[in-house]
Design a protein around this ligand. Sequence first.
Ligand SMILES: [Cu+2]
Length: 111
Amino acid sequence: MQKTLLTAILTVLTMFTFVPQSYAVEEISLVIKDHKFIPDTVEIPAGQKVKLVIDNQDPTPEEFESHELNREKIIKGGKQGIVFIGPLEPGTYPFFGEFNEDTAQGKVVVK
Ligand SMILES: [Cu+2]
């Protein structure tokens, strides 16, 4: 085998070996209905980025808000919103719907 070809093959192999492993971000679906979060408790692993897909099935807008998670996102009625959270330390991180705070309450539990 030609030395240049061998070098090229080795280079390619090395590139593949050292490309950082890409892993899919865990996705969690939440529904807003009757001004409540369903489910109202979301469990996620510590130290990982997670994508929350929030489906507002109410006709009115809602704002997903969490001081502990430092997130705030308005989701129009009948629309979906995406909020990325993490990586987080183990613990409990409350969130709420700012437009219907009496009923729209939930928490992210990180384990
Ligand atoms: Cu707000």
